[in-house]
Design a binder for this molecule. Structure first.
Ligand code: MLT
Length: 305
């Protein structure tokens, strides 16, 4: 769906393009004027002589050799905001899964198979106590990174009755406008971390954010805080996070990035990078990326929106 829409959009504009069906990346990539991709990791050697532009159907561009593109004059687009609603909604799920042991409760009921009605009733009474959680209302959410996604997450959390603290050393004017005035701005990361019951990360994977959630940062968290990382794996020092989970300094780690050291833990919930995987987000990203490339290739315009 994602690909076909994009493909039609581009080919209807008279541009030569290859669909996934007739596109062998190794052989055809050398003839491309532009590339439109989602998660495929491009190597520097994939940048052919005539390449003019690359569009990433998504927010992050860490699968593209951006530095090399700049040196070569290849324009790189991303699709800011196009999947923000999908990510906002998965953060809502993440917050609820952090606040209440809904997964434990579901598994508990699954294990009731074979019991009769009376036995189930007795078990359910037990489960009611065992899986009691807390409410989001009245809790504090720290939002690290207040771009298109972070701003939507912050505004949503206010609607849930949460206190919201945001931190973004590079807050753009555009994002500031999108943000409710009720979002408190933290001066630095530490002051956000030590006030938050839940912390959610929405910064890009760049050198400045690598290992941002380090051993030192972990020391700033409130005891028993819950960390959500649906941004990128490199932002978090996994050794520091697992150590904090082991001591109970962190209560739960909820993430979109599977890693061997996290598998099998009860205090960790891991998704296979599902944040932007909704039909709507995929269509939005594909359409925005296709329009950017068409506008650039046909009219020379560079518009990253
Ligand atoms: C993003 O950077 O927006 C996501 O990685 C998109 C995706 O899941 O492809």
């Amino acid at each position: 769906m994602f690909f076909i829409k994009t493909f039609n959009k581009i080919s209807n504009n008279g541009l030569n393009c290859f669909s996934r069906e007739n596109f062998e990346i190794a052989s055809e990539i050398n003839r491309a004027d532009a590339l439109l991709l989602r998660s495929h990791k491009l190597a520097e050697s994939d940048l052919n002589e005539g390449l003019k532009a690359i569009a990433r159907a998504g927010a992050g561009v860490n699968n593209i050799p951006v530095q090399r593109c700049s040196e070569r004059g290849v324009v790189v687009f991303n699709t800011p905001g196009a999947n923000a609603n999908a990510v906002k909604e998965i953060i809502l799920a993440g917050l609820l899964l952090g606040a209440r042991d809904l997964v434990g409760g579901l598994q508990f009921v699954k294990s009731m198979s074979g019991l009769n009605e009376a036995e189930m009733h007795t078990q359910a009474e037990q489960g009611k106590k065992q899986f009691s959680g807390c409410e989001l209302h009245g809790k504090t959410l720290g939002v690290v990174g207040l771009g298109a996604i972070g701003a939507q997450v912050a505004n949503m959390a206010l609607e849930l009755g949460m206190r919201v603290i945001g931190y973004d050393p590079a807050l753009s004017v555009e994002s500031a406008w999108r943000l409710s005035s009720r979002v408190e701005k933290a001066e630095n990361l530490a002051s956000l971390l030590n006030k938050s019951d839940f912390v959610t990360l929405h910064v890009p994977a760049i050198e400045a954010t690598k290992g941002m959630i380090s051993n030192d940062a972990i020391k700033q968290f409130q005891e028993g805080a819950i960390l959500l990382n649906f941004a990128r794996e490199t932002i978090v020092d996994l050794a520091a996070v697992t150590a904090a989970l082991n001591t109970g300094a962190l209560k739960k780690y909820i993430t979109d990035f599977p890693a061997p050291e996290l598998i099998g833990r009860d205090d960790t919930l891991i998704f296979p990078h599902l944040g932007a995987s909704t039909q709507e987000a995929e269509d939005n990203c594909a359409t925005m990326a296709a329009n950017q490339l068409i506008d650039f290739l046909m009219n020379g315009n560079i518009k990253n929106s």
